[in-house]
Design a protein around this ligand. Structure first.
Ligand code: SF4
Ligand code: SF4
Length: 1935
């Protein structure tokens, strides 16, 4: 009746005003938005004397709800709930789906009237209450049983649980997924009154029972005062347990008894045995009749179109998939995510990328899925559900899947399920659609799939498989996610979802995130078949090291995905997959509501975005990759995307090479214009990366103010902070440089979570200090001591971090150096695990407590809470402000500098723009904004970013990566490998020595940012930051930046001005929080401790305490730390004796010298962060109960203790001594998770422990008295071993601790143990972490050696120890006999050509093949750049080589090359490929890696993707790539050019470079004029696109500059001819001797072709017009070179048709390559002398200030010609600063020499260079031949005139910027004739660019790649047969 009435009510206008609390005859429910004292005034009946009850259930809590309402107030009708139900969305969906299968004998036909069971609009607690009510009223199960079904204990894998109970829970799991989350439920039906704790048990629940039969149960002890002597029991509710009072029977029902009785109601075990279908059985049974082995096709990985069509990229395969299959773990990345959001980038993206994982922060705890795996499970039940409202065996008739990831065999078995179980029929539904249907086909297909699914269910099908296996040339797949979400929600709506298992067979899903999203939107099981096929092929193609077999790789992949899924679930605090499934724990970022409503119903999607059409567009774009509509020959292999590592031509990144280079230049040289370029570039990048890229300032609304009225920069920088990077993640040098810079500025640096040495706070002699003003308090609590806290200006609580919200972290042992260990209070060499934040900050109440604790630990410091942006963060932030935080930081998803799994980096958290706007708006709306400072961070780079952040609501801003870049970071993204080559993110001393950052660089950066911000402020009319905060009305969306992808993004919610929402409310912080520290009991302690504080005199204090006295002793500790530092006072100087129930955090951060002695009991967090103090707790002396079996202190005691002592007479609840790193403690029993993550100290437990003891414990030792012999089964053995205590010193120490315990607490147990110590000693189990033990052993050995060394030294009589030279005495060998070191087997490679002394020569050290192989196998690519030296190409000796015309150098051997490639670091930002690096953007790191792995053919294909002619560039390119190589910053760069050349040479040698003509022709004819690098590249590309290409050249041979401009010794002409022959064989027509426009009619040529490309080069030479220029013997360099090569090729110089320099004095005027080639040619002719004139000064030996890396280094170089001259004549031929005045001729007019004068270069007052002659420096040089190598002026004019093509002012062919089309339609230009004289490699680049443009012009589309080999996206809708003509869609597409 009530349900019916509620339903009617909800549909009426009274819905908001009327709520039925209860119509029960047994319970009365009072609700209200009331504080406890208001209750009695409001509900007067409660005061009535006759009002009695057996029990009262009271719910009062800290309100996190921003907008509370009466109906949402607790308690509900059946239950009250403290906590969160994280899975509620899934629970609601499943309940709705289940309505289709519900039947009730109790309700009969009236059941329908109850629907929906879960009332709309209710809270998570209300939803739970609805379901509980249904189960209880239905009557099949009782209230406690219903609770057991909905909130089961952690039963899976629990061997200690009774089998009946396991069976019961298993039965319940078949019916109902758990309602999961941290929760304490109290419930009552009038008879039973009870409470139940979730499986994790984080919420406290303490109870006492008195001798008057009263039970008081509350979340705190001491809530009601009870006389101590009446108490008979003190306990706490354990995880998963139930506390139940039966008021009818008048007794407390024991949890065990209750559950066993329930479990024995039926024979659940046999029900399960007879009905459950287990997957292995299914596979076995199907196999009997059908072969279900996977069939793998013969297509190779690099040629598989299916991989391309599903969007696989090289990066995904290498960076993500291969690490998963080889290591069984997801790969790590670092430095956050600076790639475009899926809704912003132009490249196609999978639909999964639009989903961001939600994670727990503040309102509920994430879990550690590794260390707390006991609560986790991936098992799930699928297939038709039974009826929830009965209890029958058939309910177990379901399939149980151990993991959602299915193998291909398993999927095949499930497809043929009826062969195993006839009643179980499965059906596969095809989710592909015909390509001809075009974009509309996408949504059509979805509708069809939904309809087919419904029909299948109606036909009795029990398993539906959605499959995209039918993908092919004519069929495009729907995204499996769209199909899955669409079908799931469609079936939920139809109430049919519970009738079927929904399985997905897809080639699309491969990453952990993909699988999670599928499960999150309803998939029961997923077979990612394509990735599994990839694994098969990886094995087949031998791509894994160590020949690991297929089964292992498969296992690894499944392990990696299973672990990954668990991690993602745990981030949200969800323990079981069953609850995660369908729970939709995601936010959509950039999906349109029409998609969300249909497929992802209920998911938040705040900015709209991609529609079905856009998703379809991406699907077609992928499909084109696999089966292109038009054939173009492209080297095989998966494409590069540039998504993870920057790639030229790929997706934009916030941190791109240009930006990094400009920034470093700006801050090093204080160069404003470089900063301006940096800022402009940053804006360009973010336009297609972040949401703020679409925003612009609305200057039109503003009234500008003069800039000098704007707040000065030095005030603004005080609001800047640097990111939380720990010392440990970055080097001490980098960490302290940041701190110094920020201290000088008055901003703040952050310690990060690693603690900080007290010495860093000392003032240095120059006034600097290395102290970090912000001290972070993270979940690891490393080094968080009272002194650390007392020394802060800000204490930052890290709830989450940008790169991995909801996750913990790890610092591997090798990174824990002695000094890091000291700072972190741990042991050097022992790894440190930082737990996720679920110990003392898992709920808002706990966070409030921690804020209070910290405020007490340092009242002067502000307390900040770091949150990460996600939907709902505004509400969380409001809770945080109500909890009295002074400061809130909203971090963006993209920040983070530390290492993290890629899943976390890419898919967790949201942009700060969203989180910040939401936070600011919510805080203003609730009038809370005035109490708090709001800060934001996440890839903030410029003043522009800061201005936007300010307008959206932040008054402070954090920067992490940019200051690092300012200090020299080059975004290697290898931080996790400890190999940072610039000494920032490393602890390696060798690398740290390379750190060159200066505080000034950081200061300069912030100065520029502040000044840029001031500029914006002035234009917007803001004089101060405070005026500007939250003025989002001054922002607008710049619609001109919209792309087809971003056209539907709607940022209006972000831009809503908060000040208009609640006029009058403060919009920035105007007043401080009132922490009410003046009413603390500690003030009394401080007053009374004055003699101790001032004089160190002992003090005794007595007092009574109650549970509202919190953080006792913490403020006093602050005083002690401030006065006495880390050392504190001598032990026990201040002794405080308390009586009563202490509130939370008793003795938190208690400093040395303070003792707290508590007679009574205490709540949670006793001794949190204990910092040297002593804690003593014992029960009231007059109490009657046995202390050792009663709970005396609460949860999470001694968490993060660093030193001190604790003696507790009685039992501690859960999580005792978690992350203890140095305290010694004795306790008489403890709950679950004792000593978890402990890293130091000693813990003695004189009683029993709970489960999961010592999980993640890496240091310290625990001793547990195990009289019951049950302890071993409760230990998490992952990192520890168990043993006896047998070392006498240890025994003595143990005994000492127990004696102290007896002494301080009067413990009876201790007394008994000591009396019988020798008998009981064997019962003590010693828990020893393995790593810790190892380190202790090593330390002992070292100490022993040291002792021995000293004793030996002592034996040497006549010398002091310091004088002894151990080596000369040969004592070293005696002390340390040599063992064969591992390293000696892999000596560093020594260059035999560069002869560097310290490294042995490779050839010398290589003995035989097997040794070589061994060494190669051990080659270290991670640290190769440190180990192996650069090896240059082998040049033939200069004296020998000038005797012939053969090439001067030859390639390195394969072995040598492998060492060279091992030097490449595979940079995250490969500068070698960037702007100042390789002009054609060769993907250098990739082919380096492939050569390293021996995959030469793949390396060749990767090289050919970007470079048509590596054999030319590999020989003659000056290699700007090497000038930009990151290694070149402080080392020799990688030898890129020689590797490139070797790859192509190998390609020809192996016959891989065979002709590959296009399979079909387009019929278009193209003429290319000129056959130099640009002409050939253009021809090659256009031919690949299927056009008919003819190349014309005026010379007799093809090749242009390549043939005649470069001499044979540099580039063998046979190699040029080989390429031309190859191109000819591929169908290109070459026409020599055709001088178009001169002797061939140019217009006729144009008419005969569809397009013409001019590639004639810049061949008009610059002349030197000085007297006697016309004299014979003076030639242009090109004339000399060309004639020489022609004669050589025609007749080997026998025809004499060349200029012979033999026996002559030769002068070459002009440097560069051409000048050098003249020198080399003259040397081969046998010149008498060769001199080279340069007008400019000699370049410096190293880079000048104006020539920073990564620019091409303008330094002094010696080329081959110079060496040859030097070798012959003993001197370098070059003369610098020399000007030629005139040529000198004899009376016959013959050239005899040149007159010269020296010149000097100086700068004029305007900074311009000017040249002056040096007086009296005239000199005559004898010369018979002079070659002018002065460069070229541009193209020759005849052709251009004939074609009517325009030239620009520099006489180059005129084209629009970045285009190749000329003023004449159909005529294009490329190469030097367009861009001016340049490198060959630039010519190739031009030719490729022009080809792509011509192809697109001719065919309206192109697949020809340009920069970086990445095809640029064009949004062109495919044709559709579903509509007439073109697309009618709203989507804008490119013409
Ligand atoms: S083409 Fe030149 S710049 Fe590019 S990789 Fe090769 S050598 Fe380096
Ligand atoms: S070649 Fe140099 S810059 Fe390029 S990826 Fe390798 S180490 Fe980095």
């Amino acid at each position: 009746m009530r349900a019916e009435f509620s339903l009617v009510l909800r549909q009426s206008s009274l819905a908001k005003w009327f709520y039925v609390c209860s119509l029960s005859s047994k319970n009365i429910v009072y609700k209200g938005q009331l504080s406890p004292p208001q209750v009695y005034n409001y509900y007067h009946d409660l005061n009535h004397v006759l009002y009695t009850s057996h029990f009262a259930l009271v719910h009062s809590r800290f309100s996190t709800n921003t907008f509370p309402s009466w109906d949402r107030a607790q308690p509900l009708r059946w239950a009250a709930h403290n906590g969160e139900i994280n899975t509620v969305r899934g629970n609601k969906n499943w309940m709705r789906a289940r309505e289709g299968v519900l039947q009730s004998t109790h309700f009969g036909a009236e059941l329908d009237l109850l629907y929906p069971i879960i009332e709309n609009g209710g809270s998570d607690s209300a939803a739970f209450d609805n379901v509980l009510e249904l189960l209880v009223v239905n009557g099949v199960v009782t209230l406690p049983e219903a609770i057991m079904m909905l909130i089961p204990e952690a039963w899976q894998g629990n061997e200690q649980m009774e089998p009946e109970k396991v069976a019961f829970y298993n039965w319940a799991a078949c019916l109902q997924e758990p309602w999961d989350g941290p929760a304490l439920f109290a419930f009552s039906d009038g008879r039973y009154c009870g409470a139940n704790l979730d499986r994790n048990g984080l919420r406290p629940c303490r109870y006492i029972v008195t001798n008057e039969d009263i039970m008081v149960c509350a979340s705190e002890v001491g809530a009601i005062y009870i006389e101590p002597e009446t108490v008979v029991q003190k306990g706490r509710l354990k995880p998963g347990r139930m506390l139940l009072v039966d008021t009818v029977e008048g007794r407390i029902v024991d949890d065990k008894e209750l559950k066993l009785t329930t479990a024995r109601r039926q024979n659940f075990a046999s029900w399960l045995e007879n009905n459950l279908l287990r997957l292995p059985n299914i596979v076995k049974r199907v196999r009997r009749t059908k072969n279900i082995d996977p069939v793998i096709d013969s297509v190779t990985l690099s040629t598989d179109p299916v991989l391309l069509a599903f969007g696989y990229t090289v990066e995904q395969l290498n960076l993500l998939m291969l690490p998963m299959v080889t290591n069984g773990k997801e790969a790590l990345g670092s430095m956050g995510n600076d790639a475009p959001l899926a809704c912003m980038g132009t490249q196609p993206r999978l639909v999964y990328d639009y989903f961001r994982q939600l994670f727990a922060q503040v309102t509920n705890p994430p879990i550690d899925p590794i260390r707390e795996s006991i609560v986790m499970s991936l098992e799930a039940y699928v297939g038709p559900e039974g009826n929830l409202l009965e209890m029958k065996p058939e309910q177990c008739h379901r399939i149980v899947l151990p993991s959602p990831v299915l193998t291909m065999e398993e999927m095949n078995a499930l497809k043929n399920l009826r062969l195993a179980y006839a009643a179980w029929v499965s059906r596969t539904i095809d989710i592909t659609f015909p390509k001809v249907e075009g974009l509309l086909g996408y949504e059509h297909a979805l509708n069809r799939v939904c309809a087919e699914a419904q029909q299948a269910i109606d036909e009795g099908i029990k398993v539906i498989i959605l499959s995209d296996r039918n993908i092919g040339p004519d069929r495009v797949p729907l995204s499996a996610l769209v199909a899955c979400g669409g079908v799931h929600h469609f079936l939920v709506l139809q109430k049919k979802r519970a009738k079927v298992a929904l399985l997905i067979e897809t080639g699309e899903a491969r990453e952990v995130h993909h699988l999670c999203v599928l499960v999150g939107y309803g998939a029961d099981g997923i077979c990612p078949y394509l990735v599994m096929e990839v694994i098969h092929k990886v094995v087949r193609e031998g791509l894994v090291k160590d020949d690991t077999d297929l089964a292992t790789l498969m296992k690894n992949y499944r392990k990696a995905t299973d672990d990954g899924i668990l991690k993602v679930m745990s981030k949200m605090g969800i323990s079981t997959l069953q609850s995660y499934k369908g729970a939709q724990i995601f936010e959509a970022l950039g999906l349109h509501n029409n998609v969300v409503d249909k497929c992802f119903t209920g998911t938040a999607s705040r900015v709209q975005g991609a529609t079905f059409e856009l998703l379809a567009m991406d699907a077609f774009e992928y499909h084109e990759r696999g089966w292109p509509s038009r054939q173009t020959i492209i080297p095989p292999g998966m494409p590069e995307s540039g998504e993870y590592h920057w790639r030229d031509g790929g997706e934009a990144h916030v941190n791109d090479p240009v930006g990094i280079a400009h920034l470093q230049d700006a801050v090093r040289e204080k160069n404003q214009s470089a900063y301006d370029s940096y800022s402009r570039n940053a804006y360009e990048q973010i336009k297609s990366v972040t949401l703020r890229g679409l925003l612009d300032f609305d200057y039109a609304k503003a009234t500008p103010v003069p800039i000098d009225q704007v707040e000065p920069w030095n005030e603004i920088v005080r609001r800047f902070v640097t990111g939380a990077m720990s010392y440990g993640s970055i080097s001490m040098e980098a960490h302290s440089t940041l701190a110094i810079a920020m201290n000088r500025l008055g901003g703040k640096s952050n310690t990060g979570e690693g603690g900080e040495d007290a010495e860093r706070s000392q003032i240095l002699s120059n006034g600097d200090t290395m102290r970090s003003a912000i001290k972070q308090v993270a979940s690891g609590r490393f080094g968080v001591t009272s002194n650390y806290l007392a020394d802060a200006d800000e204490l930052q609580i890290k709830m989450a971090q940008g790169a991995k919200p909801g996750e913990g972290g790890e610092l591997p042992g090798h990174k824990v150096s002695v000094s890091i260990a000291r700072t972190r209070h741990s042991t050097a060499g022992v790894g440190l695990i930082s737990p996720p934040p679920h110990h003392d900050i898992y709920s808002i109440e706990d966070l409030k407590q921690l804020i209070y604790d910290l405020k007490c630990s340092n009242p002067r410091s502000r307390v900040s809470v770091k949150l990460v942006s996600e939907v709902g963060v505004g509400i969380v932030a409001s809770g945080v402000v109500k909890a009295k935080a002074d400061h809130v930081l909203i971090s963006g998803h993209d920040g983070g500098t530390g290492a993290s799994r890629w899943t976390g980096i890419k898919y967790a958290g949201l942009p700060w723009e969203l989180g910040l706007a939401e936070t600011h708006q919510t805080l203003v709306l609730n009038d809370l904004r005035g109490r708090v400072i709001v800060q934001t961070d996440g890839q903030i780079r410029t003043g522009r970013d800061v201005a936007i952040a300010c307008l959206l609501g932040a008054e402070e801003w954090g920067f992490a990566t940019t200051p690092l870049i300012a200090m020299g970071c080059i975004m290697m993204r290898k931080c996790h490998l400890n190999t940072c080559p610039v000494g920032i993110a490393t602890q390696d001393p060798e690398l740290r020595a390379k750190f060159a950052g200066q505080p000034e660089q950081v200061i300069n950066f912030f100065y520029y940012v502040a000044e840029e911000l001031r500029g914006v402020m002035a234009k917007l009319g803001f004089r101060t930051i405070n005026e500007m905060v939250g003025r989002s009305d001054m922002l607008k969306v710049d619609d001109s930046l919209r792309t087809p992808k971003t056209q539907y993004l709607d940022l209006s919610a972000v831009l809503k001005p908060a000040w208009q929402m609640r006029p009058g409310a403060a919009t920035y912080r105007v007043r401080p929080q009132d922490h009410k520290l003046y009413i603390r009991l500690d003030n009394k302690f401080i007053d009374e401790s004055e003699p101790a504080l001032n004089k160190g005199l002992p003090v005794r204090i007595d007092c009574d305490v109650v549970n509202t006295d919190r953080a006792l002793g913490t403020s006093l500790s602050y005083k002690v730390s401030k006065l006495y530092g880390e050392e504190g006072l001598p032990k026990d100087t201040i002794h405080i004796r308390m009586k009563g129930s202490a509130g939370q955090s008793c003795g938190a951060f208690l400093a040395s010298g303070i003792t707290i002695e508590l007679e009574g009991d205490a709540n949670d967090y006793v001794g949190k962060g204990l910092s040297g103090g002593r804690l003593i707790v014992y029960p009231p002396k007059n109490s009657k109960f046995k202390a050792e079996v009663n709970v005396i202190i609460g949860n999470v005691c001694l968490y993060g203790a660093t030193s001190g002592e604790a003696f507790v007479r009685g039992v501690a609840a859960e999580r005792f001594a978690v992350r203890n790193s140095g305290a010694n403690a004795v306790v008489e029993g403890c709950g679950d998770h004792g000593c978890e993550y402990m890293t130091g100290g000693r813990v003695v437990v004189l009683g029993t422990t709970g489960r999961n003891f010592a999980a993640g414990m890496s240091g310290g030792i625990a001793y547990v008295l195990d009289t019951a012999h049950t302890f071993a089964s409760k230990v998490n053995m992952g990192m520890v071993e168990l043993g006896k205590v047998d070392d006498p010193r240890e025994i003595a120490a143990l005994r000492g601790l127990i004696e102290d315990h007896r002494h301080y607490t009067g413990s009876e147990v201790a007394d008994r143990v000591l009396h019988d110590f020798h008998h009981l000693l064997p019962l003590f189990v010693r828990v020893m972490p393995l790593d810790y033990k190892q380190v202790l052993v090593e330390q002992a050995v070292k100490a022993k050696e040291e002792k021995l060394r000293h004793s030996v030294i002592d034996l040497v009589p006549s010398r002091t120890a310091s004088q002894v030279d151990l080596a000369s005495e040969h004592l070293e060998e005696v002390l340390h006999p040599k063992t064969l070191s591992h390293d000696s087997l892999t000596p560093g490679l020594k260059s035999r050509h560069s002869y560097e002394s310290s490294v042995p020569d490779l050839e010398d050290s290589m003995v035989d093949d097997s040794t070589t192989k061994q060494r190669l196998a051990k080659l270290d690519k991670t640290r190769g750049f440190m180990k192996y030296k650069r090896l240059g190409e082998a040049y033939r000796p200069p004296r020998k080589r000038v005797k012939d015309w053969k090439e001067i150098s030859h390639r390195l051997t394969e072995t040598e090359l492998k060492f060279q490639t091992a030097r490449c670091m595979d940079c995250g930002v490969p500068f070698c490929q960037a702007d100042t690096g390789c002009p054609i953007s060769n993907i250098i790191p990739k082919w380096n890696d492939l050569v390293f792995k021996g995959q030469w053919r793949d390396a060749l294909n990767r090289l050919l993707l970007t470079n048509n002619f590596p054999e030319f560039t590999g020989r003659v390119c000056p290699a700007p790539c090497e000038g930009a190589c990151v290694l070149g910053i402080n080392e020799q760069p990688v030898g890129i050019k020689s590797i490139e050349c070797a790859i192509i040479d190998k390609g020809f040698e192996m016959g891989w470079m065979a002709p590959n003509p296009p399979p079909s022709r387009t019929g278009k004819k193209i003429a290319i004029i000129g056959s130099g690098p640009a002409g050939l590249a253009c021809a090659d590309q256009l031919n690949k696109a299927g056009h008919s290409v003819t190349v014309f050249d005026r010379n007799d041979r093809m090749g242009g500059l390549l043939m005649y401009g470069i001499p044979n010794m540099k580039l063998d002409k046979a190699i040029v001819q080989r390429r031309i022959d190859l191109m000819e064989a591929e169908g290109i027509n070459f026409v020599p001797n055709a001088n178009i426009g001169v002797d061939v009619d140019a217009q006729a040529l144009v008419k005969a072709h569809d397009a013409v490309v001019i590639c004639t080069g810049a061949t008009w030479p610059r002349d030197l017009k000085i007297p006697n220029r016309q004299a014979p013997g003076i030639h242009f360099a090109m004339e000399y070179l060309q004639l020489n090569t022609a004669s050589l090729l025609d007749s080997e110089h026998k025809n004499g048709n060349y200029i012979d320099a033999k026996g002559k004095d030769v002068i070459v005027i002009g440097g560069g390559d051409t000048g050098n080639d003249c020198i080399g040619t003259a040397m081969r002719h046998g010149a008498k002398s060769v001199t080279n004139f340069e007008l400019l000064p000699q370049p410096p030996a190293s880079r000048g200030h104006d020539n920073p890396w990564p620019q091409w280094p303008r330094i002094f170089r010696t080329d081959y010609g110079h060496t040859e001259v030097a070798a012959h004549f003993g001197n370098d031929p070059r003369e610098y600063c020399i000007s030629t005045r005139d040529f000198v001729v004899d009376e016959d007019g013959k050239l005899t020499g040149v007159n010269t004068v020296r010149v000097e270069w100086t700068k004029d007052s305007g900074g311009r260079w000017k040249m002056e002659e040096v007086p009296d420096s005239d000199k005559f040089f004898s010369a018979h031949l002079v070659f002018l190598a002065l460069g070229f002026l541009g193209p020759q004019g005849e052709l251009l005139k004939a074609l009517g093509v325009k030239q620009d002012a520099r006489s180059n062919i005129q084209t629009p910027s970045k285009k190749y089309s000329t003023n004449v339609e159909g005529i294009f230009a490329a190469g030097d004739c367009r861009r001016g004289q340049s490198l060959i490699v630039w010519g190739i680049n031009e030719g490729r660019g022009a080809a792509a443009e011509v192809d697109a012009w001719l065919c309206q589309n192109t697949r020809l790649p340009t920069a970086g080999g990445i095809k640029q996206r064009r949004f062109v809708a495919p044709p559709s047969n579903l509509i007439d003509g073109t697309t009618p869609l709203a989507i804008k597409v490119e013409a």
